[in-house]
Design a binder for this molecule. Structure first.
Ligand code: AMP
Length: 479
């Protein structure tokens, strides 16, 4: 099927051709004719499938007839994140370049006054995150009773972020008679309920099994100990042909910590998370897109919907606690016909999350040595035991009156065992990664830390940092 068969006008087709698209993706093939007919859509599609164009292209056609009045947008697109909103606005720019549609981006973190001025002029397309839109509504800066098309994008993410009450409230401000396009990658019960209440006789479109990993992404698992994660990541970044990579952390504070650590290791890296001011987020994304930095450490919220052309790798520094996020994260790579590689670092503590992911996607995640995640769970058992010891470290760190020398000696073999366990999944199997080589390189650069048991016994435990009290005779320290 070609774009010419979908009912789009010549200007839109020209813009699409100039964007370099030759063939509509499955969701575009299925959605565009129905949107043009005025039907509601219930789209089950993950990012990377071309879903944004599946609603922006027909919207451009529909909105081309008619003009907006001041403060009364004619269409509304609700998104969970500012980045996704900005990306959708970019799509309207690209596909709508031969139309004269006006648009406004109403997102948090940017001047509410400037946004109000835009709304005053009247916009055809309003792209908004829910909180900021409600702010404008409450100030009387926007009226929603002229909205003819409502798009709710990434509804499941809205649910995760606690935006559903805001979305429901916003929908009460809209006319009952309207066209609604509702997209979600997953359909938990709450999302299904929402879809039922917002949509009228929708055309349901499922473009992929709802929780499958993108087929264009090779994904791998590396088991490691918590304390070793940064080193393992550095090895992987050095050992792979990483052109550009997104590195996901679960918590905002870890994003900054990891970015600083990578910077100390001379990587070209930036950070992106929700606590950053919007101008800083925009500037950071720009640096990543234009190649000033090639690594970006991000949270799910900031990284969701990011559309970076030719992203070669995704790393999960933390295993996502929601299995669906795994699909979204790795879907940042392997887009638009290119292959991508996703590598997840998992500690023993995170094993349950890995299990949830493999259940969700219906397949094991191969270890970097070629073992399946399910199988290598057995292999990992001994190291998992050691990792449990690691998780007790905070407790071990609590001051204990007379146990310091013993505790440290006890910890020494555990450290060695953790190193050994870390080595195991890092053997190369001819797949893109070459982790063993990277590991050896890393070991060399660390001055031979892993040179065997005897050597390890002499140097691993304390290195140059042997506490002074341990160098003193035992009788003086144990009294
Ligand atoms: P989306 O799922 O909307 O985030 O789109 C994923 C990527 O696919 C974006 O980089 C789009 O520019 C690209 N894309 C969308 N439609 C097509 C198409 N028909 N052919 C090739 N690439 C496309």
């Amino acid at each position: 099927m070609s774009f010419d068969d979908l009912g789009l006008g010549p200007e839109t087709l020209r813009a699409v051709a100039e964007a370099g698209y030759t063939e509509p993706t499955p969701i575009q093939q299925q959605a565009i004719p129905y949107v043009l007919m005025g039907r509601d859509i219930l789209g089950c599609a993950q990012t990377g499938t071309g879903k944004t164009a599946s609603f922006t292209l027909p919207m451009i056609e529909i909105l081309d007839a008619g003009r907006a009045k001041a403060r009364m947008p004619r269409s509304l697109i609700l998104t969970p994140t500012r980045e996704l909103a900005a990306q959708i606005a970019g799509n309207f720019e690209t596909y709508g370049k031969y139309h004269k549609l006006t648009k406004a981006l109403i997102i948090g973190g940017e001047s509410i006054v400037a946004q109000g001025q835009l709304l005053d002029r009247g916009v055809d397309v309003l792209i908004a995150t829910p909180g900021r839109l409600i702010d404008h509504f409450q100030r009387g800066g926007v009226l929603l009773n002229d909205v003819k098309i409502l798009v709710i994008d990434e509804a499941d993410r809205m649910l995760d972020m606690g935006f559903i009450p805001d979305v429901e409230r916003i929908v009460t401000f809209l006319p009952k008679i309207r066209q609604t396009l509702f997209f979600s990658a997953t359909f938990p019960r709450e999302i299904r309920r929402l879809a039922d209440s917002f949509l009228m006789n929708p055309k349901e479109i499922h473009v992929t099994p709802k929780t499958s990993a993108a087929e264009t992404v090779d994904h791998f698992l590396v088991r490691t100990a918590p304390a070793k994660k940064s080193d393992v990541l550095c090895d992987l970044l050095r050992g792979q042909s990483v052109k550009s990579a997104l590195i996901f952390c679960n918590r905002k504070r870890d994003v900054d910590v990891l970015a600083s650590s990578l910077r100390r290791h001379k990587f070209c890296v930036g950070a992106l998370h929700g606590d950053m001011a919007q101008p800083a987020r925009t500037a950071m994304l720009e640096s990543f897109k234009n190649g000033d930095i090639n690594l970006l450490v991000a949270t799910d919220v900031a990284g969701r919907g990011l559309d970076i052309v030719g992203l070669s790798h995704v790393f999960n520094f933390d295993v996502p606690t929601h299995a669906e996020d795994y699909v979204h994260r790795i879907g940042r790579t392997g887009r638009a016909g290119l292959r991508g590689c996703a590598i997840t670092l998992a500690t023993g503590e995170e094993r349950k999350y890995v299990a949830a992911i493999t259940r969700l996607i219906g397949q094991d995640i191969p270890g970097l040595d070629g073992a399946a995640s399910g199988d290598d769970a057995h292999d990992a058992e001994p190291s998992e035991g050691k990792q449990t010891a690691v998780t007790t470290e905070p407790e071990a760190k609590r001051p204990r009156a007379n146990a310091r020398p013993r505790t440290r000696r006890e910890r020494r073999p555990r450290t060695q065992a953790r190193d050994t366990a870390k080595d195991k999944p890092k053997a190369a199997n001819g797949a893109p990664p070459q982790p063993q080589a990277a590991k050896q390189e890393h070991a060399r650069s660390k001055g031979g830390r892993s040179q065997g048991r005897a050597g390890a016994k002499q140097v691993v435990a304390f290195g140059d940092n042997m506490p002074a009290f341990l160098r003193q005779p035992a009788s003086k320290t144990t009294s």
